[in-house]
Design a protein around this ligand. Structure first.
Ligand code: GLY
Length: 280
């Protein structure tokens, strides 16, 4: 069993050592809890569990503490995919709910697996999701000061369970100050993709991740025989051609975990039951 999680990017120039320590501590806590959960649940249930914990922590730009868009509203996007059924489900720009990853979970059982905007909002209401404002004082101050990058990021998790099934989940509040209607990579196969060979979740600038088709490319390369390291390396080399800003985490079917970033530094942690690695 293996698990790897991310919480977006950490910027040495704009964020303090105290925030770094808080993020390291939060990731350690969440990855330990999630690994324990993985011991008695499958990879699909576990990535939902881990991403919900990340969404609930205001340190990260997903769920509570999400970035605010140009019109002053928060819109959340999240997606989910598993290697067993090879099914992708997601929500794009949903408003006023706490955990978009739980809405993505409901959509797995529908004929229509990805919903956006008004459709996603009314689907959430029909499913009994309570009204919830994800806004925090810090994000409102960022918005007032037109700070676009303070929360750059997204959260995500890839897990490999005891039956050898992989799953991946990704959730984001977007990049902050974007035009209403802008679509994030996090609910696309560029930002969240898995098959039986490999699973990848991305963070960074959605436009670059979509242009680089990052998660889908890495997974396809592993499927075609690349090692996970070479698949990440070639995909990130190609990202340089567009000066892309991205980070990604992944696990292959053999349980090899990997993280790469185009710029320092991705906030991530991995755990295999023995060795716990946390970004420094
Ligand atoms: N990666 C998150 C976003 O750009 O929306």
């Amino acid at each position: 069993m293996k698990i790897i999680i991310h919480g977006g990017f950490f910027s040495e120039s704009s964020q303090s050592d105290e925030v770094k320590k808080q993020k390291q501590d939060s990731l350690k806590n969440i990855i330990k809890k999630s690994y324990e959960f993985l011991m008695s649940h499958d990879s699909m249930e576990t990535v939902i569990y881990a991403v919900k914990l990340l969404e609930d922590d205001p340190l990260f730009n997903a769920g509570i503490g999400s970035q605010i868009q140009r019109d002053g509203k928060i819109r959340l996007s999240a997606s989910l995919m598993d290697s067993e059924k090879n099914k992708f489900s997601g929500v794009i720009n949903v408003e006023d709910i706490k955990n978009p990853i739980l809405l993505a979970q409901y959509l797995r059982d529908e004929e229509d697996n990805v919903l956006s905007g008004e459709g996603a909002i009314s689907y959430a209401k029909n499913k009994g999701f309570d009204y919830y404002s994800s806004e925090t004082e810090e994000r409102r101050n960022d918005y007032i000061n037109n700070l676009k990058s303070s929360g750059v990021g997204t959260v995500g998790c890839v897990a490999l369970d005891k039956n050898g099934n992989l799953a991946v989940a990704t959730s984001t509040g977007g990049k902050g100050f974007e035009l209403p209607g802008r679509v994030s990579d996090s609910a696309t196969i560029a930002g969240n993709y898995v098959n039986k060979n490999c699973g990848v979740s991305c963070t960074g600038v959605g436009e670059d991740i979509v242009s680089g088709a990052v998660a889908a490319k890495i997974v396809t390369r592993v499927t075609d025989g690349f090692s996970i390291k070479d698949a990440f390396s070639k995909t990130f080399d190609e990202l340089k051609e567009i000066d892309g800003f991205a980070g990604a985490i992944g696990i292959d079917r053999l349980g090899q975990m990997y993280c790469q970033e185009s710029h320092p530094k991705v906030v991530y942690a991995s755990f295999d039951g023995e060795e716990l690695i946390v970004f420094e």
